[in-house]
Design a protein around this ligand. Structure first.
Ligand code: FMN
Length: 300
């Protein structure tokens, strides 16, 4: 029997395949469906201190097969209203990780505390949205460290920090958040990008700039996971371009203790079972007993 259970920054998961923030974690019921479909944990859509509308359409466009550019603008109902969805999500029976954001360390801490009180088993700090004014990381690495410290002071559950490749050196940022007390890092958020319509001669997205996700970003994500694994002591969660078990295994070999899927959900909820079964068959075929044995194996 192959062991698929993993422990990430103090959180135990029945398997390493998680729902990433943003795609379907907008309601509790959809997160329960992800759990029923086989996810090892679910991450909610990012939630802030108050209701936020997001940008007007068009906010998403497929730029090449399996690769999307989006500028949703972090629409969410605000943490007070979202508490009910967290409670429903928890009935799915897998850990619920609440993705939080704010404009300041204090706002992050306030939202994270409310998420913990609602039953979140961990929080993931979205400091890396590439297309909103609340993209903390784009302002300063120092503030990111302050955000982590402020949240760690207020909550007892594990704190994950979602990083971005939109920086000169992701390892530097990883070290800042590790030193500030983060329990794990998640890499990567979408990659800042844009597309222009040649007929109208205008940018396609209402916000001009957006974040690229899916097939096109997998090599960037794998590179980031590899670099972070080599430099940090805390675990790395890999996300970016994972559609097949081979993509998942690639992230794990680069150093991911667990992986997340967002864009591949466009193909349906089956992706969770396909990934879990595929990782399991791979481990059996290679003679491994525990998924932990292959985490970071590409470094040896
Ligand atoms: C439509 C859409 C909305 C997203 N919203 C969020 C979000 O609210 N918070 C967050 O941390 N990441 C968000 N993401 C980023 C994903 O969680 C993930 O990091 C990124 O899409 C790369 O993974 P993928 O290639 O599997 O899509 C969003 C991605 C997409 C495509």
């Amino acid at each position: 029997m192959v062991k698929l259970e993993v422990e990430v920054g103090g959180l135990r998961l029945r398997n390493p395949v998680m729902l990433a923030s943003g795609i379907i974690g907008v309601t509790g019921r959809l997160m329960v469906r992800a759990a029923e479909a086989g996810a090892g944990a679910v991450v909610t859509k990012s939630v802030g201190p108050e209701r936020r509308m997001g940008y007007g359409n068009p906010t998403i466009v497929e730029v090449s097969p399996g690769s999307y550019l989006n500028c949703m603008g972090l629409p969410n109902p605000g943490i007070d209203e979202f508490v009910e969805e967290i409670k429903i999500a928890k009935t799915g029976g897998v850990p619920v990780i609440v993705s939080v954001f704010g404009r300041s360390p204090e706002e992050f801490a306030m939202v994270a505390e409310k998420a913990e009180n609602a039953g979140a088993e961990a929080v993931e700090l979205n400091v890396s949205c590439p297309h909103t004014e609340v993209g903390i990381l784009e302002r300063s690495q120092r503030i990111v460290g302050q955000v982590v410290k402020a949240v760690k002071k207020k909550v007892g559950v594990p704190v994950f920090v979602k990083l971005s490749s939109n920086v000169t050196n992701i390892v530097e940022v990883g070290k800042v958040v590790e030193d500030a007390g983060a329990d794990a890092v998640t890499a990567i958020n979408t990659v800042r990008a844009m597309a222009i319509d040649v007929e109208t001669c205008r940018p396609i997205l209402s916000n001009k700039f957006g974040g690229l996700s899916g097939v096109a970003i997998k090599p960037i994500a794998v590179r980031c996971v590899y670099e972070l694994y080599e430099a940090l002591k805390i675990p790395v969660i890999g996300v970016g371009g994972i559609f097949s078990w081979e993509d998942a295994v690639e992230h794990i070999l680069a150093g991911a203790s667990a992986i997340q899927v967002a864009t591949a959900l466009t193909k349906g909820f089956n992706v969770f079972k396909e990934l879990v079964d595929g990782i399991k068959s791979y481990l059996e075929k290679k003679g491994f007993k525990d998924v932990g044995e292959v985490v970071g194996a590409a470094h040896k």
